[in-house]
Write a protein that binds this ligand. Structure first.
Ligand code: ZN
Length: 102
């Protein structure tokens, strides 16, 4: 039974477009990030949050983000490129509202 269910899920997933597949993955990723936020492990400075820190593609431990803290300490060299890009696009969501005005 489990095998059949898994098969059905895999087959229906394969029939989806790239955009649909990406959305499913991102939704799950953002759910995980929200969980990490609630646990106080994910202090991101943009909204929607960066994903590269969660995936462990930046200097932090996998599943954590300290970009907001680094930004508040003026250590922009430690803020991940995805957050920097988000800030440039005006997606700042820092807990320090003054920083977002810069
Ligand atoms: Zn980040």
């Amino acid at each position: 039974m489990i095998l059949i269910v898994t098969f059905v899920i895999v087959v229906s997933f394969k029939q989806k477009s790239f955009e649909e597949k990406r959305e499913i993955l991102l939704n799950q990723l953002y759910i995980n990030i929200e969980e990490a936020k609630l646990e106080g492990k994910y202090e991101c400075c943009i909204e929607p949050p960066c994903t590269m820190c969660y995936l462990g593609n930046w200097v932090w431990e996998d599943g954590t983000c300290d970009c907001d803290k680094m930004m508040k300490e003026d250590k922009f060299d430690k803020v991940c490129p995805q957050c920097i890009k988000g800030l440039e696009e005006g997606r700042c969501k820092s807990t320090d509202k003054e920083i977002c005005k810069i």
